[in-house]
Ligand binder design. Sequence first.
Ligand code: ADE
Length: 246
Amino acid sequence: MRIDIITIFPDYFAPLDLSLIGKARTSGLLDVRLHDLRSWTHDRHNTVDDTPYGGGPGMVMKPEPWGEALDAVTGNAPSVPRLILPTPSGAPFTQADASRLAREPWLVFACGRYEGIDSRVAADAAERMPVEEVSIGDYVLNGGESATLVMVEAVSRLLPGVLGNAESVAQDSFAPGAMDNLVEGPVYTKPAVWRDREVPPVLLSGDHGAVDRWRRDEALRKTARNRPDLLRRLTSEDLDQHDRQV
Ligand code: ADE
C-alpha cells in the first residue's frame, strides 16, 4: 500500500520509522511518502494560512499551496488515491473504516492545522478522487497530524504480513466476527501468582471450551462497565442463553 502524507510538520511522523510499521516500510509492504506543504508556497515567509472570510478567531489554511500539493502528489499517476482529510467535523473513524481503507492501494492524508483548510480544496479534489473527512474522536487536536498517525497505524496493522500473528487481529476489540461489538476482556501471562494475585484458574485448566466461555463472559462484563453504548447495540441474536445470565 502507498500512503502520502502532506503536512507542515513532516518530523511529526518520525514514529512511522519504528516497530512493525517501520519494518513494513523497510520490507516494502508499506510505502509512506512525507511531503512538506511549505514546498508549494512561493512567498518569502512560506505562508500557508490567512484570516477567515466572515471574521472569527484563528487562521484558515490557504487553498493555493494545498491545490498545488495535491496536484503534484496525485497528478501524473495512472491511478487515483482516496484522499483523507482528518478533521474534528468529520465522520467517526472506526475499525470498519480501518478494514475498508486497508483494502485501498493508495491513500493520501492532508493534515490541516489552525481552523482547517479552505473548503474549496476538498470540493476541487473531489472532482478527481474520492474524498473523506474523518474524525478520530469527539475532542479537538491541534492539527490532523496525530489523527493521521492513529489512522495510519490502525490501517497498516491490517495489511497482510504486517503483524506476525494474523490471529491477534481477528480477536481484537471491534474486530468483525463472533465478539463483534464487545471489547476484549482481561489478559494474563506468567507468573501464575504475582503479589498474591492469581491468574483466573480456568485459564490454566486446558479446557478450551471453558476458556472461550470465560473470555466471552469477561468481554461482556467489561463492555457493560466501560462501553454501555456498545452493549445497547447488541441484538438478541448476538446474545445466547448464557450471555443473558452474565
Ligand atoms: N484534527 C483536529 N482534531 C481532530 C480529530 N478529533 N480528528 C481528526 N482530525 C482532527
